[in-house]
Design a protein around this ligand. Structure first.
Ligand SMILES: Nc1nc2c(ncn2[C@@H]2O[C@H](COP(=O)(O)OP(=O)(O)O)[C@@H](O)[C@H]2O)c(=O)[nH]1
Ligand SMILES: [Mg+2]
Length: 158
């Protein structure tokens, strides 16, 4: 599998960190987005880029595999942030897939993860992966990417 994964989420959530730790090449900042790339076990290359919203350049390309949303738990209403981003990317997600990582839970453990699962169900994405991540941790981000890829191709990841 090859293609592009979009990272989005509020400023400070960890987009730049996540692309940097997951990328096999040094991540770069170009225009108004971070870019990186990672190689999958099957030899496919996944391009990683950040984007503020669905209408931003790069999101609507045919080779977009899906969206990774990073939500900063330190913010006032991170559940609202999640819902807003799910709505902002709604058409894109319905065409592709989404996986959500809640960041900064080491600094702010509340609200707890259950609330975000509730928001996902409410938005109609209850089956999509969602878990706590530290955007600075390569293993956490690779797990998130793999979780998203497994939604697209369950057989390849079996
Ligand atoms: N403690 C903690 N720091 C984090 C976590 N995720 C990211 N950071 C830090 O938060 C800051 C903002 O991250 P950054 O990647 O620049 O966020 P961006 O604005 O979404 O690109 C950086 O200093 C990161 O090292 C996390 O889960 N826990
Ligand atoms: Mg950034």
């Amino acid at each position: 599998m090859s293609g592009r994964i979009i990272f989005s989420g509020p400023s400070g959530a960890g987009k730049t960190s996540a692309i940097d730790v997951a990328s096999d090449i040094p991540a770069i900042w170009k225009g108004n987005a971070d870019y990186g790339a990672m190689t999958l076990d099957d030899g496919g290359v996944i391009h990683l880029c950040s984007s503020a919203c669905e209408t931003a350049t790069g999101v609507s390309g045919d080779d977009s595999l899906g969206l990774i949303l990073l939500i900063d738990n330190r913010r006032t209403a991170p559940d609202d942030d999640l819902l807003r981003h799910l709505r902002s990317f709604d058409a894109f997600i319905r065409r592709t897939a989404v996986a959500v990582g809640i960041t900064h839970m080491d600094q702010q453990p509340r609200p707890r993860i259950d609330l975000f699962h509730t928001v996902m169900s409410y938005a109609g994405h209850g089956g999509m992966p969602l878990f706590e991540v530290d955007a600075r941790d390569r293993r956490d981000i690779c797990l998130l990417v793999e979780a998203m890829v497994s939604v697209l191709d369950p057989v390849a990841c079996a």
